[in-house]
Design a protein around this ligand. Sequence first.
Ligand SMILES: [Zn+2]
Length: 148
Amino acid sequence: MENIEAKNNPYYSRTDTTKLDISNEEWKKILAPDLYMISREAATERPFTGKYNEFDEVGEYYCAVCGNHLFRSTSKFTSSCGWPSFFEADKEGVYYKRDFAYGMDRIEVLCKRCDSHLGHVFEDGPKPTGLRYCMNSISLEFVSDLPK
Ligand SMILES: [Zn+2]
């Protein structure tokens, strides 16, 4: 599963953790329009449409914008919300912001390396954390543990 967009993205790296400070103007030239809308303008993909919603392969999830490590498949769980859900994120991978958009009080989850919007986290997840990271599939890139 290759990320086609990443080929034209000079900032994408799974090993470089240097913080990025790229303007949305620049990202708009690099990212596919749907990824740009979600990651840079905090849009949300339609539920039950994402490629990782019903997906249970073993591997790692990276930021589709910059390649930063975000989740391990062992923290993914089956949720009925319509988006891929995880109970734990890579602490080095994400940070949080309070989000009052659309008249709701939610916690936004963002990529620590490139500041892209990933989704939201809610306190109705399973044990051991009780958290549900509700993510946009398009913001994630999955890399399987299995050899190609
Ligand atoms: Zn990122």
